[in-house]
Write a protein that binds this ligand. Sequence first.
Ligand code: ADP
Ligand code: MG
Length: 325
Amino acid sequence: DTLINQIAAGEVVERPASVVKELVENALDAGAGRVDIDLEEGGTRLIRIRDDGRGIARDELALAVSRHATSKIASLEDLEGVGTLGFRGEALPSIASVSRFRITSRREEDEHAHAIEVDGGRVAPPVPRPHPRGTTVEVRDLFYNVPARRKFLRAERTEFGHIEEWLRQLALARPQVELRVTHNGKPSRRWKGEADLLSDVRLHETLGPEFARHAMRVDHEGAGLRLHGWIARPAYNRASADQQYLYCNSRAIRDRSVAHAVKLAYSDVMYHGRQPAYVLFLELDPRRVDVNVHPAKHEVRFRDSRLVHDFVYRTLQSALAETRA
Ligand code: ADP
Ligand code: MG
């Protein structure tokens, strides 16, 4: 099984940032209000994610690191309307097969926590350990047993940069969650928990004062779709597409058709070749979108892609038209 897990890891675990993503998403799925992220050497030496979520029972720890054991999907119907971020039960076994791995967890009702260690895929029995309610996952020496993959890890700064970029993406989508990040023992970022809607404070903290100064709110509903968030006025145009954040039902996505709709809306008001900046949330009935397309789950498939495209285009075009008036 270790080999199968390592092969799956090739898809799920590209680099430290993908490990951080999978682990933090598990924390959010467990209802965490606060997530602590400790990194060493860009995550290559250590990634430690601690949450205050609902925890895992002692007897389910081994299951959590075994293949296709997800607690999140009980039926095909669930798969259709999947509301959690994870659902394949692949992340933990994959990560554990290519690292020195430990998961420690405690539920509210447990007297103390239990931990299991997995070394290159070999699972040890659970042992008691002190830990508050919630879960800590530690991933050390990523790819230590897969030299061909280890070779592709980049400089510490680069790997850390990928993690930071993903954290920005997350911080924008989950304002309720408090996030703390340390790197090599030093505090690196901290986002305080806020209300459900992204505030201009967090926007400012995440994308900087320039974006915040040029941002305008959009919020529009129709045909069972809602598009809300912030778009930058055309004057704030960028040479690269580095501040384009798009979410569908709280999940960061990449979608050509929606990206095209946004671009089209800006095309009248922005110089050719310049890039708009935005943080946009699209919401619709989960049954109208298929997220089960790729393990990394950035891509989605809308049941009526044309409708979504036109809705996004019209909403933004009329918001931007006001900036000209
Ligand atoms: P998936 O998220 O697709 O279900 P994972 O391999 O990421 O698969 O996780 C396997 C299972 O382990 C989850 O379904 C969940 O039951 C449990 N689990 C993982 N991380 C946590 C966590 N931080 N808190 C509570 N349960 C967790
Ligand atoms: Mg998961």
